[in-house]
Design a protein. Structure first.
Length: 258
């Protein structure tokens, strides 16, 4: 493990594996630097860098929080881990961070964004403000309820899936990072940020799962349309989560100079 100090003084922990140009992985809700395990095919071509987003794992959590802090964290990891502009792969809210960091001026050699969950007019919405509700539950030491609320009311998992989660050890393991869920909502808030995406100058590949809901398909298509020169690709047979083994060939193909 290595660390870097972000712009606001927060310590951000990261790992590096492999050899070659830097490829930073920015993960989504509930994930940390150990979530994305680079397959050998990827680490043989790139130095793969995974980091704990603030509030998770070994990283700090300086308050007050603002979405810009997440973009600064990614930029700090990039500056510490490579002397050249890195490649970046972002998934879910991690993709939103990667896109918005690039739009804000972070230098990247190329970017692959897998389903940044920017809402559209058709995105199902909870009956309460999700960030405020989660903060209330966490403050009341009801982290399990915060996790369940996220799964049911924010991500909209089917009832049969939710029933299987009840009491599952892996669900319990998510509770320590429940307080960071409002951060995920903050970096994806406001709908598709077309004006921001229009400022990106790096090559961008936008990914969407074939099995993802229609609103996600529309959101991702809008993201690609708003990003100059972006490519849009569909992952056949997958939804919002595809394993590293599936993503790796796409990263190698897009990030390898021709």
């Amino acid at each position: 493990m290595e660390t870097v100090t972000s712009a606001d003084g927060t310590v951000i922990a990261y790992d590096k594996v492999g050899d070659g140009p830097a490829l930073i992985v920015s993960v989504g809700a509930f994930c940390d630097r150990k979530t994305f395990v680079a397959p050998p095919e990827l680490s043989q071509r790139f130095t793969v860098i995974t980091y704990d987003r603030r509030g998770r794992g070994d990283s700090g959590d300086t308050q007050p929080f603002a979405p810009e802090r997440e973009y600064e964290d990614l930029a700090a990891v990039a500056a510490a881990s490579s002397s050249e502009a890195p490649f970046v792969f972002g998934h879910s809210s991690g993709a939103a961070i990667a896109l918005r960091a690039a739009a804000a001026g972070m230098s990247v050699a190329g970017l692959v964004a897998y389903e940044a969950p920017f809402a559209t007019a058709d995105t199902p919405q909870p009956d309460v403000d999700p960030a405020e509700h989660i903060r209330m539950l966490v403050a009341s030491d009801r982290r399990g309820e915060a996790v369940s609320f996220w799964m049911s009311d924010v991500t909209g998992l089917p009832e049969e899936v939710l029933a299987q989660m009840d009491g599952a050890p892996w669900v319990k393991a998510l509770e320590p990072v429940a307080h960071t869920l409002p951060y995920d909502l903050a970096v994806t808030g406001g709908g598709v940020p077309a004006d921001e995406l229009g400022k990106i100058t790096a090559p961008v590949l936008v990914l969407v799962g074939e099995d993802s809901p229609a609103w996600f398909q529309d959101s991702v298509a809008s993201q690609a349309a708003a990003t100059p020169g972006a490519q849009l690709s569909t992952l056949k047979g997958f939804g919002h989560n595809a394993p590293p083994e599936v993503i790796t060939p796409l990263l190698i193909d897009f990030f390898t100079p021709r």
